[in-house]
Design a binder for this molecule. Structure first.
Ligand SMILES: [Mn+2]
Length: 307
């Protein structure tokens, strides 16, 4: 049977596809609306007690939907979802997907900040996939991502491609470092910005002993893995989208800084529909923010600190 991918942004529509026999892959809509099929392949919101989808598909379910490869999807065609589809539909032989690779996909999906992909051979391969552009949130994006992942699994990378992945990531990290604008410490004092990338992440048992608290950044690249080395809480301004994102390094950090409930405690201090989850959130949808609003955000967060 031919591979079918149904993309939707609508919960009811995803349910309708599921009822027709399509297997939902990471079909989460918000925190509490997850559409599950016979294999329960989601791990967001209230399904977050489950393992990632690729690890279950590759390890336990390879080829399970070989004769009926119909899938319903939403959101970004990330490595976790795409690898799950490839394994379930048996688009590559089982021995093309090493346990090292699917375990790393799981780790990087659940904790992208804590995984340095460039440290291993499989990590460079996953980083190559993550660096691909044009993987849009639609059916064509999923099909393109499936083709790229299939190519990666069957042909691997040349040494030139590996070099290029590492150089591109080094450039991204430099950009992220240069995007740091202002760093405040425990008592609100302005601290010097780091000039190198080698500090550890602000998490783990002793992070409250360190000085950094809130970092403001303006950057065109994703850089939380860099920024959380300067502070446990980051206010990121995306100028093209004119929006502000606030993040904490993980749940433990969010609670230590802002009390039980983490960032959930701070949104009521803002004007308008700011919101999000315990560890990440931001400015209201459709409202254009200015850089100055990012500094104001940092000041308000500073007043909410309990740790
Ligand atoms: Mn996932």
């Amino acid at each position: 049977m031919k591979l079918e991918i149904a993309f939707t942004n609508d919960f009811a529509q995803a349910c309708a596809y599921r009822d027709q026999g399509y297997e939902p892959i990471e079909c989460a809509f918000g925190q509490n609306q997850s559409v599950l099929g016979r294999f329960n392949l989601d791990h967001h919101g209230k399904e977050s007690f489950r393992e990632g989808v690729a690890i279950r598909a590759c390890r336990d379910l390879h080829g399970a939907l070989k004769d009926d490869p119909r899938f319903v999807v939403t959101g970004t065609p990330d490595a976790d979802a795409v690898l799950a589809i490839i394994a379930l539909a048996d688009l590559v032989p089982k021995d093309c997907i090493s346990p090292e690779f699917y375990r790393l996909v799981e780790l990087n999906d659940v904790d992208p900040i804590g995984t340095d992909l460039l440290e291993s051979r499989e990590g460079v391969e996953l980083a190559w996939f993550n660096q691909r552009e044009g993987l849009y949130q639609n059916e064509a994006g999923f099909r393109e991502a499936i083709a790229l992942m299939t190519q990666l699994l069957t042909e691997g990378l040349t040494s030139e491609e590996r070099d290029h992945v590492c150089k591109a990531d080094a450039a991204r990290r430099r950009n992220a470092l240069e995007g740091m604008l202002s760093l405040r410490g425990k008592d609100g004092a302005e601290l010097p910005l780091p000039k190198t990338l080698d500090a550890p992440l602000y998490r783990g048992p002793d992070f409250l002993k360190r000085d950094g608290r809130i970092l403001v950044v303006k950057s065109a690249v994703w850089g939380f893995d860099v920024w959380y080395r300067a502070a446990p809480c980051v206010v990121s301004y995306a100028s093209r989208m004119a929006k502000i994102t606030v993040g904490c390094c993980n749940e433990e950090v969010a609670r230590a800084l802002f009390g039980e409930g983490g960032l959930g405690n701070v949104w009521s201090h803002f004007e308008g529909a700011w919101g999000g989850r315990e560890t990440i959130g931001g400015s209201p949808r459709g409202v254009r923010m200015k850089l100055n609003d990012a500094y104001r955000t940092a000041a308000i967060l500073g007043e909410c600190l309990v740790g």
